[in-house]
Design a binder for this molecule. Sequence first.
Ligand code: MTE
Length: 366
Amino acid sequence: MELSGKSPTIRTHGEDPLNLETPPHSLRESFITPVERFFVRSHGTMPKVDPGGYTLTISGLVESSLDLTLKELKKRFPKKEMTAALHCAGNRRAELMQVRQIPGETAWGVGAIGNARWTGISLRDVLLEAGVDGDAAHVAFTGLDEVPLEDSVTRFGGSIPLEKALAGDVLLAYEMNGETLPRAHGYPLRVVAAGYIGARSVKWLSEIEVRGEPSENYFHARDYRLYPADADPGEADPAEGEPLGDLYVNCAICRPAEGELVSGDPVKVAGYATTGGGRGIERVEVSADGGETWSAADLTPGEDSGSWVFWEARVEPGPERREVHLLARARDTSGGVQPASPRQAWNPKGYVNNAYHRVNIRRTAA
Ligand code: MTE
């Protein structure tokens, strides 16, 4: 089986659709996640797109619809680069599944995330060229992949508010980390909506529609919603669910790993933190005593606000402690904080778990 040039250490959740997770220690190996270690989240079979026959359509509430080949897109609009994390709404679902079952969903650990350098054109430039009508309020994307649902087949899609689409931090990317966008990541063109859940960064992009209302695509209108804890998402009125967009403040411990045997005092703890809405990470703290005391971490931010932040802290559990529960929490520049327990973050589809992250380690005798 060909895993599209992925590292043998990547964790396979499924081969078709291809779903791959980056192991925690690999996430911290480099600030820019190499393609071979970058997670993959797909809902259907990967399409094989012939670049010669490819066109992107921009239609809907615009003054002039556009139909552009990849060559025309590259020629007509300035090249733009941006470092941004792709952060799947299902990241850290496994912790929610320990609270209560979430049937039919993948048990992602902390590795449904990666940080890449994206090259492409700005969605803003394309929309300004097409001319946006006064009634426009949302921008919908549709991909070329066909996803089987219970009794139908649909193409993957979703929308973002027009304000976000014009903000300048949404790219139509054709390169990832300086290479042609790999097939698993959306070749020949994908959306990268910085600071939004990964599902809005539609891969194998074929249509952009400017609309008055949000997308009616299944993955926007029904799925990727935050339903109340007592709702049955299969039966619930979609209006009961809040559509997901902007990411919440979040962080995870990547090193040490769960169950790792660690020697020495202090213990070095390292991980990543993210947030949305153009906010920054203000602080990350780590506790080795169940949240009684906290040590501030050193932060390494990226140059763009959509990038993740790396952090590293030192905690001193004391040499006599043989089992230590590490906790990490972050705060963003708007004062956004994380819920203390996955119980507070639990929702029936298992999305956007941003509870304090916990890793249990063992220590060698002093
Ligand atoms: N786009 C299409 N066309 N089909 C998909 O299944 N999955 C989405 C998004 N874009 C998806 C898609 C989800 S849920 C995520 S988290 C990201 O792609 C994952 O991007 P990656 O596979 O490049 O890491």
